[in-house]
Design a protein around this ligand. Structure first.
Ligand code: GAL
Length: 667
């Protein structure tokens, strides 16, 4: 268990990029900035093991001791994220192969095939050495395993992966009859008569077998997870007992964050929002924060990387405007993070990321705008100690699984679908009015929630269907949208009208659907109000539901668009289209209100609020104004003490442009 007695504040520290003379200045500046944690050694493999089996740990000893002497804690990396050039020279079979069948070349990072035995052995060896040498070092507070698994290589199409995939399938399905049946290979004469006939799903003549593509996604997620687990084992069996994590990449769809969350002591994420998207940026990054917290089942998580200003990897790299390094950092605190960290401490002088901002810019620290914001936060965070361990409790959940989005995005669907755009409207409608929410995996405990939203929960198992029915029967409110409950977990349709397993709870049956063309919109009428809609229209039959809204246009005018069905002690709504955002917001607020779930505050647009509560009963409200205007906040009866300026607050509050507040609440 991580002892969270402070807000962890700092960033990636790469001292190997600098002469040792700079290190002394680094630690002095870190102290000045209030930095208390650095991630060390992430890309140090070549420096630590310049030739196979020849280790050079002396420099790492020195910097660890120096950090410790200055009271700076370390999340020590296993140094395995980027194998050195000698590794791939000696193990050419470890080179990953791209989807077009061509091998990647060396010269960048993460250059390994996820199923390479040589890489796994070399990485675990390195992790062993690190744990053995530093497992008891007093500066080492956490282990940072590898770095951003799957960020660049989440797929590989090499011969090693082909064989590993065949073995994985053989183990999973045990017989050819079972795999042929599950994959539906009777279609297009794809019946498999020998395991070696199965290839990886790239470079096919036309559409690939969807069940095979889905299994490939599971296989690759599992291959990378096995690498992670091997390093974890290496760290643990060599005497290191500190909590460990690996930092996930925001927006990466290929790794199942919920599954990975089970093997970490604390969930961790890197988030790089695009400041050029204006106020949309905070809504986007809120999604990644909410997701990371949900991987760890609501416990505090780590924000391991963000940037102080520009990145170097977008077409045009917009800087973070004055004040917004701070607002995006407080956003992490509002969403339940225990840390605020950056890539990287000191902006590099050379290499591929030299135009990426750091906490210490090329300019130096004297008179630096960036460094003064960095320093300001350091001194503020020192006053917020307790906040880091407090948790967020939500009673609204958005049902989400990675398997579901893997299946949704496979081609040859009624329309090409993009996973995150399925979640965004619902997530945004809730966060814009400061209603706390979690992402909930369909296999998770549903009991903490009163309202569950299932946007395009395309695949569903019988057990999951039963669970959802049980949730409603016991008094829960379920909102489920079009294209949900269509298939089992292997791309096989549940027959008898969609969504077959949920017809009784919903009181409807869908027979057909009309996906809209991009940019096409239609209308529906709900409670006498005309609402525009996009994306989709389901054409359904009513069995027991009440019709609350109907389409008003085209050949399906008069057909139901929104229904409600009472089931047991609860209610299930079906939404057959994507209604406009304003309406969605109001509708969700009214449903939440009926269930006794209120907004945290009422505020001007672009004020984000988060409520965190501790085991001791204390709670804190974090407020962030993401706009460049003064914002008014109605605290809806809450009162407390503002920790940043030590004053009593009740009733209302005004936030400066890009202003923040943290209130320790009374009662
Ligand atoms: C992350 C990575 C860091 C750095 C950063 C730049 O994906 O973990 O090492 O490359 O991006 O934005």
């Amino acid at each position: 268990m991580l002892n969270i007695n402070k807000i962890f504040y700092g960033g990636d520290y790469n001292p190997e990029q600098w002469p040792e003379a700079v290190w002394q200045e680094d630690v002095l500046l870190m102290r000045e900035a209030g930095v208390n944690l650095v991630s060390l050694g992430i890309f140090s493999w070549a420096k630590l093991e310049p030739a196979p089996g020849q280790y050079q740990f002396d420099w790492l000893d020195r910097i660890l001791d120096l950090l410790h002497a200055n009271g700076i804690q370390v999340a020590l990396a296993t140094a395995t994220a980027s194998p050195p050039p000698w590794f791939s020279r000696l193990h050419p079979e470890s080179r990953p192969v791209a989807e077009d069948g061509l091998p990647y070349k060396p010269g960048s990072r993460q250059f390994y095939c996820p199923n390479s035995v040589a890489y796994r052995e070399a990485a675990t060896k390195m992790a062993c050495e690190m744990a053995r040498r530093y497992g008891k070092h007093p500066a080492v507070t956490m282990w940072h395993i590898n770095n951003e698994y799957g960020c660049h290589i989440h797929d590989c199409f090499c011969p090693v992966c082909t064989r590993a995939f065949q073995n994985w399938l053989r183990e999973k399905y045990t017989s050819l009859d079972v795999i042929n049946d599950t994959w539906g290979t009777a279609f297009w004469s794809l019946g498999i008569s020998d395991w070696t006939e199965i290839q990886l799903p790239n470079r096919t003549t036309s559409y690939r077998n969807p069940a095979q593509v889905l299994d490939y996604r599971r296989f690759m997620n599992g291959s990378l997870l096995n690498l992670f687990k091997a390093e974890v084992d290496a760290v643990r069996t060599n005497g290191a007992t500190q909590p460990l994590f690996t930092n996930a990449v925001f927006g990466l769809k290929e790794l199942d964050g919920f599954e990975w969350g089970r093997y970490q002591d604390i969930a961790a994420i890197d988030i790089y929002i695009d400041p050029s998207s204006g106020v949309q940026a905070w809504k986007e990054s809120a999604l990644w924060h909410n997701l990371a917290r949900s991987w760890g089942k609501g416990k505090p998580y780590l924000l391991v990387e963000q940037t102080t200003s520009q990145v170097n990897w977008r077409g045009v790299n917009t800087l973070k405007a004055p004040g917004t390094i701070r607002t995006f950092s407080y956003q992490a605190l509002a969403r339940g993070a225990a840390s605020v960290m950056f890539f990287q401490w000191r902006a590099s002088r050379s290499g591929a990321e030299k135009y990426h901002a750091g906490m210490v810019p090329h300019f130096g620290t004297d008179g630096s705008r960036i460094f003064s914001e960095v320093k300001q936060m350091g001194s503020e965070f020192a006053r917020l100690g307790k906040l880091g361990s407090q948790q967020i409790h939500s009673r609204v959940g958005i049902l989400f699984s990675y398997e579901n989005i893997w299946a949704l995005e496979i081609d040859s669907k009624p329309a090409q679908l993009e996973a995150w755009s399925v979640l965004r409207p619902w997530h945004q409608a809730l966060i814009e009015q400061n209603i706390p929410l979690d992402f909930v995996h369909p296999e998770d405990d549903l009991n903490p929630y009163k309202v569950l939203i299932a946007p395009m929960l395309y695949q569903i198992s019988e057990d999951q269907g039963e669970k959802l029915k049980g949730f409603v029967r016991a008094g829960g409110t379920l909102l489920i949208t079009y294209f949900s409950g269509i298939t089992d977990l292997n791309e096989r349709i549940w027959l008898g009208g969609y969504p077959a397993l949920l017809q009784d709870v919903l009181g409807i049956k869908v027979e057909e659907w009309q996906p809209f063309q991009p940019g096409e919109s239609h209308r529906l009428s709900v409670d006498g109000e005309t609402v525009s809609c996009t994306h989709w229209a389901d054409l359904m039959h009513i069995t027991s539901a009440e019709v609350l809204g109907t389409f008003t246009e085209d050949f399906y005018a008069g057909r139901p668009a929104l229904t409600r069905n009472r089931y047991g002690a609860g209610t299930a709504y079906y939404v057959a289209t994507l209604a406009e955002q304003d309406w969605l917001r109001h509708w969700l607020a009214s449903i939440c209100r009926e269930q006794g779930i209120e907004q945290l505050v009422q505020a001007d647009p672009d004020v984000e609020a988060g409520l965190r509560a501790g085991a001791d009963g204390a709670s804190s409200l974090v407020l962030v104004n993401h706009s460049n205007r003064t914002a008014h906040v109605d605290l809806l009866g809450k009162r407390g003490r503002s920790l940043l300026d030590d004053r009593a607050v009740m009733g209302n509050l005004t936030l400066d442009p890009y202003g923040v507040a943290v209130l320790e609440l009374e009662g």
